[in-house]
Write a protein that binds this ligand. Sequence first.
Ligand code: F0G
Length: 462
Amino acid sequence: MTPYKTIIEPFRIKSVEPIKFTDRPHRDAALAAAGHNVFLLHAEDVLIDLLTDSGTGAMSSQQWGALMQGDESYAGSRSFYRFRDVVRDLTGFEHIIPTHQGRAAERILFHTQVRDGQIVPNNNHFDTTRANIEVEGAEARDLVIAEGRVPAKMHPFKGNVDLGALEHLLEDDRRLHGGTRVPLVMVTVTNNSGGGQPVSLENLKGVRRLCDKYGKPFFLDACRFAENAYFIKLREPGMRDVPPRDIAREMFRLADGCTMSAKKDGLANIGGFLALNDGAWAEAARNLLILTEGFPTYGGLAGYDLEAIARGLEEVVEEPYLRYRIRSTEYLGDKLVAGGVPIIRPTGGHAIYVDARALLPHIPPLQYPGIALANALYLEGGIRGVEIGTVMFGLHPDGSETPAAMDLVRLAIPRRVYTQSHIDYVAEVVLSVARQAAPLRGYRIAAAPKVLRHFTARFEPL
Ligand code: F0G
């Protein structure tokens, strides 16, 4: 540790990838060709890509080196056992089932354990989690604390579960349905849909107590477990001196299993896993895995992917990395707050969430202020963010549409990819768009599928 305040990137750059500069007429044409949906842009036409922090990180030289150690045997690969040992050591779970990414782990868990008419509670379900529950005919219920629904409200753990609401649900389940309504309880760390906000250890312990009381399995959606662990270190009383790795282990040990996207805190470009203690559940999961993902020692991944993830899971809990990671996100948040841009506060772990509804109060939610803002950021500066709002969450399984709880534009920060000057540029562009927000107009949907419509919908400006 140095005595200086500046938190520097804990790496130097060995290999670079050029990015393409475009002008406004080029971006106008590109966005129109993409149906005014930034998901449909060619990535080459994007200057700074903040669409997601998923699979977009830079691997370390140690990870690239590990790729050469990949054992590509179909069954019993050495790389699987290395991966399994790292995941087991971190999580403490008995059964480690690799999958090609997080949603495959979700699908396998929910398809084997969730039935029509059941309810799966969570702080906030992310889009794929919700969709994989709804496709089974079940309800994905969000039980985040009230503070977690108000963008400007400060709270150290805005991702916490409302334990009173959870107990109410579990009590009703016991009294009215003999305990058959809720198959499992999930908690997402950090809470992506609610602003990348952390969940406290105390809250996870509270969920554990309720799961014990009502006999429910407790699963973490663990994509950003390391960022959550670092927030616990910074904010939870008595945790300052505990290494992030130990905090992460304590989080996992409170649960019975987890789904994981290794594309986030696995520091890998692809991969995921389902990990759990229950032998019968694991067997059902493995049987479905073989049907759709692959043999249980590779689960849709190459041996070299398993090596990269194993190494990534070790690097991601290193303190210099997490200090840099959390601070660099906060750095962008601080600049936007100083410029008066409404964002979810405090700043989350992997992204800034601009409150599009507050910034564009003249655009009603059903005219998609998040789309208007995301598109304006692209047209102004070649920056790609993503709407997390009414397009993503407003359409219900019965076909009705209502405003989502919030209309946000998420600027997700890929891990170890952009430098401080990239981020300074992003702040300049956002501030400029915010100053010129009054003339921005909403959109209508020209064409969209019924499920996960935000990925492929086409829009028309109003
Ligand atoms: N759970 C959460 C909380 C997520 O954020 C994601 C993915 C998943 C599950 C699914 O994982 O992509 O590997 O299948 N989130 C990405 C994002 C796509 O942009 O936030 P996956």
